[in-house]
Design a protein around this ligand. Structure first.
Ligand code: 5RP
Length: 248
């Protein structure tokens, strides 16, 4: 019998997650119709949505315009042929499709693992509906095991991090790329708050975090998500938020 060592198994596990991401990303495209203005999220799951929308434009004549939530998504969308417009040119967007780092039973989200939370939140706020694409690892009972990203100003960022740490009673780190802080598309830094899975009242927490001078935005997306497309080993499920805008 052939014995599999860990180096053999690792790529198999990674491939499986990648397949789930692809399934969720493609399935979300069923919500996109001709004439829509579409917010294009950021991350390794929604990238499959962007690629599929590009395919439908080229092969099926789908007519949409997109608003990207990051420079990385702008680059990908341009490459696959999605016509882009500025958010400021639109009175609203019909839909945004985006990934998440965690979602809870109330369809509240942690986002910002890809450092794009500010533009993602502005685009989500301007959209009539929000579809989240996720694999099963993202579904949680209580938010917070994933470190909560907070976009902060570079000015006196250590002081802002201290304020966050006191408020959250948690370790808060400045996200680094080697020796330097990660710089967002908006020229800011990201603080990651290691709270643990105890964010049972994300709505109240969002309000408190936004009171701190130096905080630009927090990666809590409360009452924004209408649908989660969840890919798991048992299949792809479309979970409709009963309190969302797409509920029957
Ligand atoms: C970027 C985000 C992403 O949507 C989130 O990190 C999920 O990404 P992925 O699909 O790669 O796991 O919030 O700021």
């Amino acid at each position: 019998m052939k014995i599999l060592n860990s180096l053999t198994i690792l790529p198999i596990i990674m491939d499986k997650v990648e397949v789930l991401k692809q399934q969720a990303g493609i399935e979300a495209c069923k919500f996109v119709k001709n004439g829509m203005k579409v917010g294009l999220g950021t991350g390794s799951t929604v990238k499959y949505t962007v690629i599929e929308l590009g395919r439908r434009i080229t092969e099926e004549g789908l007519e949409i315009v997109g608003v990207p939530t990051s420079l990385a998504t702008e680059k990908l969308a341009t490459k696959v042929g999605i016509p882009l417009v500025e958010l400021s040119e639109c009175t609203h967007l019909d839909i945004v499709i985006d990934g998440a780092d965690e979602f809870d039973n109330n369809y509240n989200l942690i986002k910002g693992g890809g450092a794009a939370l500010l533009r993602e939140k502005i685009v989500a706020q301007e959209s009539l509906s929000m579809i989240v694409v996720a694999d099963e690892r993202k579904m949680v009972g209580t938010l917070g095991a994933f470190p909560l990203p907070v976009e902060i100003t570079p000015f006196s960022h250590q002081a802002t991090i201290r304020q966050l740490s006191t408020l959250l009673d948690s370790r808060v780190n400045c996200r680094m790329a080697g020796d330097n802080p990660v710089v967002t598309d908006n020229g800011n830094y990201i603080a990651d708050a290691h709270c643990g899975p105890k964010l049972s009242n994300p709505e109240a927490l969002e309000v408190e975090i936004l009171k701190i001078a130096g905080v630009v935005q927090v990666g809590l997306f409360n009452n924004m998500c209408d649908v989660v497309i969840l890919a798991s080993s048992t299949g792809v499920e479309t979970k409709i938020n009963p309190n969302g805008r797409l509920a029957e």
